[in-house]
Design a protein around this ligand. Sequence first.
Ligand code: ATP
Length: 225
Amino acid sequence: MTAPSPDARPLGLLGGTFDPIHFAHLRLAEEARESLGLAEVALIPAGTPPHREAPGSSAEHRLAMVELAVAGNALLRCEDLEVRAAGRSYTVLTLERLRQREGPGRALVLILGADAFAGLPRWHRCDELLGLAHIAVANRPGHDRRWLQAMPSQLAHLCGDRVTHEPAALRASPAGAIVPFDMTPLSISATHIRNLVAHGRSARYLLPDSVVDYIGRHCLYRGTR
Ligand code: ATP
């Protein structure tokens, strides 16, 4: 791959089910952008996620909620390419599409919480991911990152000697580095929010008001767990 053009800062990519999107997702995107020097972060709701049960709400609803959540922040945007694509949402296919669109020199940074990173060896064509993008890994309460020093063997094999604590590595090449970074620890999950709503309880202040209103208007998550 060729070196990135000097004026093109890395593009951050935050995939997720976003069922629904919440403040920890938004802080993850915002803090990654700021501390890693990313030009912007694209939030990419999964269409049919391959690694988990079917989401509680449709792809269209999850997309609409992400759009509401990022409205007003010019440096975060919603990317609908997985929702619009037919078939399962494999990250490697999304990265291939984005690599084609952004060109071979643009640095792409896939942003993951520690729980998602730990599951990487189970991802489709996982050994190709780092050829397409860098990976930035954030802490998540309940998901210790001490294993970065003592990783399970499959993950260690995947990572090789690519882990660096230097964000500058993300600008030095288009792909291939793994950069852990710290974000404000927020113990929020979409599962917890769905549970609250299913039990008729308030989820306010865990996610944007606009998304709370959307959930209410469309009667999402009632009677789900
Ligand atoms: P669910 O509870 O339905 O599993 P979730 O809250 O984990 O959902 P996802 O859409 O599955 O949200 O997560 C998208 C990305 O955001 C993943 O990389 C995940 O690790 C990260 N993430 C989600 N919540 C947090 C959090 N509280 N702290 C750090 N990272 C998070």
